[in-house]
Design a protein around this ligand. Structure first.
Ligand code: SF4
Ligand code: SF4
Length: 253
């Protein structure tokens, strides 16, 4: 386990103090994880803010969100939350593409995931800690992939997305930056992909390039977020790709 304390105790009393603090951190972490799982998350992990500070560029560190940050809690839901949606965009009243058509089940589960994040944040704040929500990775401050990896929720698969060995691709990630002392998790040490190359085969746009024994993802070629208009219904839809690499991943299916 990664200790929440950097302090090296010498005397008996110092060792006892550290033990008490570590126990308090462990108990608080257990309470947070229990609450998150009860309110909708499928996975919960904790990454040390210190590690993230070292491994991230300026402007993308936990301290850029909360100056006093000590830990980042990552909540994740598996692939079903994203795969259940209809990729349909409609023109909004202001003629912008504002509506995503989600199935009722997905709407309910997304609401549950949001409730889960709020519940953990409220819990921490009630205990007197600062807690700031980063509800999705699009704000571009923290790398959610790096946080998820350090929090032990999954590893980077060949397709450049985070894969949990049981749930598969983690499509819905959210995190909370806090100054609470918590017990951190360790990254998973597992080869999820082995000989599989399904995500690579599924990509028809040349977004993966083989370099020696690994595949490089070329962001410029990825067509994940392109929008196209259906010529018959005149509705906008994600295309032409629709994250085929993620959908092809056999893990968790
Ligand atoms: S999202 Fe689509 S275009 Fe991008 S890498 Fe995956 S399959 Fe290829
Ligand atoms: S599709 Fe196969 S190679 Fe790609 S991430 Fe999933 S397990 Fe790994």
């Amino acid at each position: 386990m990664y200790s929440p304390l950097n302090y090296k105790p010498n005397t008996k009393i110092e060792k006892l103090t550290v033990y008490v603090m570590e126990m308090a951190a462990k108990n608080l972490t257990d309470d947070i994880k229990k609450l998150a799982l009860e309110t909708g998350a499928e996975l919960v992990g904790v990454a040390s803010a210190e590690k993230l500070e070292h491994e991230s560029l300026p402007g993308h560190r936990p301290s850029d969100i909360l100056k006093t940050s000590k830990n980042v809690i990552m909540l994740a839901c598996g692939r079903s939350l994203n795969e259940d949606r209809d990729y349909v965009y409609n023109w909004g009243p202001d003629f912008s593409l504002t509506f995503i058509s989600l199935k009722d089940e997905t709407k309910w589960r997304r609401k549950q995931a949001k409730g889960c994040i709020d519940a953990v944040k409220d819990f921490l704040q009630q205990k007197g800690f600062n807690a700031v929500i980063e509800s999705h990775g699009w704000t571009g401050v923290l790398s959610f992939k790096l946080v998820a990896y350090l929090a032990g929720l999954g590893v980077m698969g060949k397709g450049n997305f985070i894969v949990n060995p049981k749930l598969g691709p983690l499509n819905v990630l959210a995190c909370i930056v806090t100054d609470a002392s918590l017990e951190c998790d360790e990254p998973l040490d597992v080869d999820v992909c082995k000989d599989c190359t399904e995500c690579i085969k599924a990509c028809k746009y040349g977004a993966f390039k083989k370099e020696s024994d690994r595949y490089m993802w070329i962001g410029d070629k990825c067509r994940c977020y392109d929008l196209i208009m259906n010529p018959v219904t005149l509705k906008w839809t994600y295309g032409p790709c629709n994250s085929k690499c993620v959908h092809a991943c056999p893990i968790g299916k």
